[in-house]
Design a protein around this ligand. Sequence first.
Ligand SMILES: [Zn+2]
Length: 327
Amino acid sequence: MQYIVLDMEWNQPWPGSPSAKKVLPSPIRGEIVQIGAVRMPRDGEVADEFQTLIRPAYYKKMNRKVASLTGIKDSVLKERGKPFREAMQAFHDWCGEDAAFLTWGFDDIVILKENLTLYGMDTAWVDTWYNAQLIFNAQTDGSSAQKSLSSAMQIMGIEPTRPAHDALGDAYHTALICSRLNLTDGIAAYEKAAKEHENGFHGAELPGCLLRSVSHGHPDKPHALAAMAGSGNICPVCGKRMSCGKWYPQPGKRFMAMAACEADGAFLVRVRLAEDPDGTLRANRLVYSADSEAAESYRRLTEKPTHHRRRRSGRARAKKAGAESKA
Ligand SMILES: [Zn+2]
């Protein structure tokens, strides 16, 4: 598999202009006017380049802001821009099959797919893509903040040698950043994170989390919680069924309970329910060790109701005593 580092510029109609009111055969957020791409045959290697201008068919008048940012004028596109189909065929031919696309940000591939769909063209060849920002963050400061291309270059000490806001210039600079990343590792971690996100695990687990799993197809909440307390209540150490205490509801369809394995002792189980597209419930289950911070906060949370119950049971005892004295 080869990497194609891609950057595009697209035009948007000026808000309120006649173009902005046009109803297109399928919606697009912007019409692509420039494609720049750099091939990376393998990790660390920057190879040949591709660039093309595209003559817009829908938003023909360049948005002032886009034009001043990119330096792309209507007249240039009219003279040198290729029709979209022709430009895309040339780009696809240059990419070849079995390409993984790298972009700086989440927008480019989404807009590329919208434009391909608008022309009734195949989109499957751009399905494999990664936002290089996330790999950069994971392999540098570990933050989740999206960084601009120029600040990422600064962090890596890369001097800009090409114009910014030019598709090929941006693609080339992105490729320089990517050539200093471990893309193989980055993509493996990315796919794991994306899968977890798809399964409903957002963000990092808390310390002390021993196991996370997801189960689908629960018809409703009682069935889901019964499964989580029953056949799905597996010990994270030995894999055997555990006993399960009472579920404590928390905001956001979350539930917690203490579970116990005969051999391995107590664990905190946290479950979050969410609706799947088919209307059934998905249960995300996380198991924490009994001495984890999560289990500690569970104990604090559940201490209060116990206190109230004790007072209530105190009154119940007094009533009962009264009844007995009457008898
Ligand atoms: Zn066990």
